[in-house]
Design a protein around this ligand. Structure first.
Ligand SMILES: [Fe+2]
Length: 156
C-alpha cells in the first residue's frame, strides 16, 4: 500500500501514470542524447550547435523533474533508472564517436518530431483523466515545439 494518497480515482490514475512515465523516459533520454551530441559534434557549425544542445539538455532536465514530481504527487513512484530508460526509450539513438554538424541537426529534427508526436498523444489521453497532468504535458509540448522549430530552421 502506498504512503502517498492519490488525488485521482484508479482509472484516471492509470492513464496519468502511464503518460507521465513514458514522458519521463523520453525526457531523460533526450537529455542524454543531447549531451552526447554536445560533446561530439564537429564541423563549421560546431559552436552554434554545441550551445543549442545545452538548451536541449537544460529543458529536458527541468521538465523531467516536473514530470517525476507529478508522478510522485499522484501516488506513483517515479522510475528513471538507467536500466529502465535503456529498455524503454523510444528516442532515436546517436552513434558513438564524432558527429557531423549537419547530421546532428537532421538527427534532432527527427528526435523532436517523434517525441512531440508521442507527447501530443499523451496530452490527448490525459485531457479528461487528469487535467493537471495534461497541463504539464502541454507546457512541455510548447517548449519542445519551439526548439523543434529552431532545429528545422537550421536546415533551411
Ligand atoms: Fe558543456
Amino acid at each position: 500500500m502506498s504512503t502517498i494518497k492519490s488525488p485521482l480515482p484508479e482509472e484516471a490514475l492509470e492513464v496519468a501514470a502511464l503518460a507521465l512515465h513514458d514522458t519521463l523516459v523520453d525526457l531523460v533520454d533526450l537529455a542524454l542524447v543531447g549531451k552526447q551530441a554536445h560533446w561530439n559534434v564537429t564541423g563549421p557549425r560546431f559552436r552554434t550547435i554545441h550551445f543549442q544542445l545545452d538548451e536541449v539538455v537544460a529543458t529536458a532536465r527541468t521538465h523531467a523533474d516536473t514530470i517525476a514530481e507529478r508522478t510522485a504527487t499522484i501516488g506513483v513512484p517515479a522510475d528513471a533508472r538507467v536500466a529502465t530508460v535503456a529498455k524503454e526509450t523510444r528516442i532515436s539513438q546517436v552513434d558513438a564517436g564524432w558527429l557531423r554538424d549537419d547530421d546532428v541537426v537532421a538527427m534532432f529534427v527527427r528526435i523532436y518530431g517523434e517525441a512531440i508526436e508521442r507527447l501530443r498523444r499523451r496530452a490527448a489521453d490525459t485531457e479528461r483523466a487528469d487535467p493537471v497532468t495534461n497541463n504539464i504535458l502541454v507546457d512541455i509540448i510548447q517548449d519542445l515545439e519551439k526548439q523543434y522549430w529552431m532545429w528545422q530552421a537550421e536546415t533551411g
